[in-house]
Design a protein around this ligand. Structure first.
Ligand code: SF4
Length: 61
C-alpha cells in the first residue's frame, strides 16, 4: 500500500496528476491537488514524472 502526499507549497495547480492518474487518486480543491484516494495508488509513477514542480511524494507502507 502507498501513501501519496502533495506539498501544497509546491503544487502549481496544473492538475496534471489528476489527468494522468489511472486510479483517480487526486482531486483539485482550491486550485491545489489533494490525494483523496491514496489507498488506490498502484505506483505507476505517472504523476511523479508529469508533475512540473515535484510536489508529489509516494511512500510504501
Ligand atoms: S503513482 Fe500512479 S496510481 Fe499512484 S498516484 Fe501517481 S499516477 Fe496515481
Amino acid at each position: 500500500m502507498y501513501i501519496v502526499t502533495v506539498d501544497a507549497e509546491k503544487c502549481d495547480g496544473s492538475a496534471k496528476c489528476v489527468d494522468v492518474c489511472p486510479q483517480g487518486v487526486f482531486e483539485m480543491e482550491d486550485n491545489k491537488s489533494v490525494p483523496v484516494n491514496s489507498d488506490e495508488c498502484i505506483y505507476c509513477e505517472s504523476c511523479l514524472s508529469e508533475c512540473p514542480t515535484g510536489a508529489i511524494t509516494i511512500t510504501e507502507v
